[in-house]
Design a protein around this ligand. Sequence first.
Ligand code: NCD
Length: 303
Amino acid sequence: MTPARGSLLGIEHLDAGEIMKILRFARRMNPDKPRPLLKGKRVLLLFYETSTRTRSSFEIAAKSLGAHTVLISATGSSIEKGESLLDTGYTVRAVGADVIVIRHPNAGAPHIMAEHIDVPIINAGDGLHEHPSQALLDAYTILRNKKNFKGLQVAIIGDIFHSRVARSACHLLSKFGVKIVLCGPPELVPEVATTLAPGVRVTRQIEEALHGTDVVMLLRVQSERLAGLKIDVPDYTARYQMTPARLKMAKKDAIVMHPGPIIRGLELTSEVADGAQARILEEVRNGVPTRMAILARAVGRMR
Ligand code: NCD
């Protein structure tokens, strides 16, 4: 079966025109001015992994469009008892789901569901693969701060290898000709990352990544992962942590982004996290109108 119309499985196969349509529609969405575009619809949130921002903002987005939401999480459901992904999918379809939002630790899980279940499927993060709603809300945040993508340079710093956020962001930004510089140690930023999308460069030098950059996108770095790779935390922070001094190497009006959860003292200092250039909470806020647009598109009401 081909995925139901309105599904959002990834950014890679979405064209620039469709992306702009979603971003423009998101600008018209306001959670404080509810619009009944999903009135009477049921949005099932199927979360096989923990989530704070993504889950709550999909839920608020769905509710402010008039939908009913049902959350099924890995703890306290049949998911825990080992029911297969598809059987869970058939069940939620049978109870009357109109849209399914799914987060799963395995890459491709939403795609499998979309091949078998005839309702729009929205990928809320699948393994190390994609996180399309995050890329869209990040693009929305960039456009709110920078007007357009023309001539922009974005530095993405941290654990790119294990980041679905980075993958979706690279696909999205490269479709608009944005220069993308990935920065981190080889274990977290392998050279092969340049093949992710056109216009992607890799550097080990944070000075080089920051020079001329309009957007500094930081990604989560797990200390357990560093330990597993035999990278000392102090070595990592000495080379890659975002500090006020380093931030000065970027353009004067550069903004700092992070999908969250942030780890202060590792990826960035508190001065940067709470500083005037940070847009981290703005990203969380922008998640709501962006996901309203994604849900409206899912039910064919993005007009
Ligand atoms: C990210 C995720 O889950 O992929 N967070 C998010 O959705 N806000 C990034 C991460 O967990 O590092």
